[in-house]
Design a protein around this ligand. Structure first.
Ligand code: HEM
Ligand code: HEM
Length: 179
């Protein structure tokens, strides 16, 4: 088996899933204490910051330079995907890569705005509150697309990508796969 996702990538991923779940549910009055919101939000902020740093200094498959591709390769991946001919990627595929960036950017912005709302200068600022809320809904939409993408690729490539994000391993590269 191929080791693809290093322990920090996996730890940060599942930390983000937990922190975002707590931050979101704490606003819904369904039993998760409201005062957990900021703590969970700051945990998410730290995880995003560390993941971005890791994207420059981490091992190969964690590096942005190894998986972020330009618009043209991404479009041709999309076309192949729609024809059911998308190749298997050992790391993130080009579409998944843009989703990774979108998730990190949205989360980074939400948590930064959330933090601003706790400062004296911006406390009670309605425009910031509105942005925070709109982005939080946008994040939910991105997460839904992200999970749909994961399920789609898992089915198409006959490989459980969620398990790979847990144990770090994927089956070895074969002819036609992109590393
Ligand atoms: C709060 C919700 C979520 C956020 C913010 C999130 C964020 C991310 C990020 C940033 C990555 C890139 C990993 C890296 O290179 O560091 C990623 C990958 C991944 N996520 Fe999530 N994720 C979320 C929920 C989920 C859920 C619920 C699942 C399970 C279905 C999931 C499964 C995966 C998988 C399998 C990958 C690797 C995709 C690939 O093989 O290219 N994620 N996610
Ligand atoms: C994972 C990241 C976060 C998500 C998904 C998130 C989401 C939300 C949501 C959905 C609301 C409810 C808005 C409403 O009821 O109208 C909210 C409110 C709030 N959040 Fe966050 N938040 C995050 C991080 C943070 C952080 C890091 C802070 C500050 C440290 C923060 C501070 C606040 C404050 C002060 C409010 C109440 C004011 C308002 O309605 O905007 N949030 N957040």
């Amino acid at each position: 088996m191929n080791r693809v996702w290093d322990p920090l990538v996996r730890l940060l991923h599942w930390t983000l899933v937990g922190a975002v779940t707590i931050a979101w549910t704490s606003t819904l009055h369904i039993g998760v204490p409201g005062h957990w919101h900021e703590t969970a939000g700051f945990v998410a902020m730290g995880a995003v910051a560390l993941r971005v740093l890791w994207g420059f200094v981490g091992p190969r498959h964690a590096r942005f330079a190894s998986f972020v591709r330009g618009p043209l390769p991404t479009l041709s991946y999309l076309k192949l995907m729609r024809r059911g001919q998308a190749p298997r990627y050992i790391g993130h595929n080009p579409l998944g890569a843009w989703m990774v960036l979108a998730l990190l950017l949205t989360l980074g912005t939400i948590t930064f705005i959330g933090w601003l709302q706790t400062t004296d200068e911006f406390w009670g600022s309605e425009p910031l509150e509105a942005m925070h809320t709109v982005l939080a809904w946008g994040l939910l939409a991105l997460i839904a697309l992200h999970v749909m993408g994961v399920v789609h690729t898992s089915v198409h490539q006959r490989e459980n990508l969620v398990r790979a994000m847990l144990n770090g391993r994927k089956r070895p590269k074969q002819a036609g796969d992109v590393d």
